[in-house]
Design a protein around this ligand. Structure first.
Ligand SMILES: Nc1ncnc2c1ncn2[C@@H]1O[C@H](COP(=O)(O)OP(=O)(O)OP(=O)(O)O)[C@@H](O)[C@H]1O
Ligand SMILES: [Mg+2]
Length: 229
């Protein structure tokens, strides 16, 4: 949402909004206008090598599919859906206790394992935006991880509030799940949503975590999203 505001301010100040910026910022009318004047633009690669449609919804769905393949049930069911502005994705609303978030849940020892699972998931998917409020606690059920739209980039983009497990060993059962997905290969529905370089990077990150067997430490001290919650 914040990105939208920045984008609109830039636009008002005269910045040129190309097809990639329009897709990323959810400026659907502008996007439609650009694409109808030149249909080839849907295949154009932006500065980070992605096509505009990549931003629309695919990564949210990919995050759901990977969480399912791992057997972790972290991401609420997310499916493609056509809306008034074209193809997007729809996610199941989870009736969470919205007073709770990562920082409050961390204080409660019984949630440690569930939070470590989300931490590992973010490392595997290269999450660039894991805020505290994206951990939704549903009492007597689980902690869900929502807002997974900035994931799967081939370059390292990790930004997360979850740095509390640095140097701790990753539970063997979690590593087994990661190993199983690597050994079985990505489910075809997931592979279809990711570019080959994103798939390679995903496997590389997963193999690195299996090798180290430990949660990393943020040496830079900078790998946090903003705002934190
Ligand atoms: N599946 C869901 N179930 C229940 N509530 C949800 C779900 N997805 C999002 N929400 C609620 O909507 C809020 C905004 O969603 P989300 O974080 O995806 O949007 P955003 O525009 O990326 O905002 P930000 O990045 O600032 O959190 C969440 O903080 C949460 O309260
Ligand atoms: Mg967000």
């Amino acid at each position: 949402m914040a990105t939208n505001k920045v984008g609109r301010i830039r636009q008002v100040m005269g910045a040129v909004v190309d097809v990639h910026a329009a897709a990323r910022l959810g400026m659907f009318e502008k996007l439609q206008q650009l694409v109808s004047s030149d249909p080839n633009l849907v295949h154009a690669r932006g500065g980070d090598g992605q096509t505009p449609l990549h931003f629309a919804s695919t990564v949210e769905i990919a995050a759901y599919l990977l969480s399912e393949a791992l057997g972790w049930g972290l991401v609420p069911a997310t499916a493609p859906r056509a809306g008034p502005y074209g193809e997007g994705s729809l996610q199941l609303f989870v009736p969470a206790d919205f007073r709770q978030h990562y920082f409050t849940l961390l204080e409660q020892a019984e949630h440690r394992e569930a939070l470590q699972r989300i931490c590992l998931f973010d490392l595997v998917v290269n999450n660039a935006d894991r805020k505290s409020g994206h951990c939704l606690y549903v009492p007597d059920d689980r902690i869900y991880a929502i807002d997974n739209g900035l994931t799967f980039h081939a370059e390292s983009k990790l930004r997360t509030v979850i740095w509390d497990f640095g140097e701790e060993p990753i539970a063997a059962a979690l590593l087994d799940d990661v190993r199983r997905v690597l050994d079985n290969g990505l489910p075809p529905a997931l592979a279809d949503l990711l570019d080959p370089d994103e798939q390679r990077a995903l496997k590389r990150r997963a193999r690195g975590l299996l090798r180290s067997g430990r949660f990393p430490v943020d040496q830079s001290g900078l790998r946090y999203p903003w705002p934190l919650i």
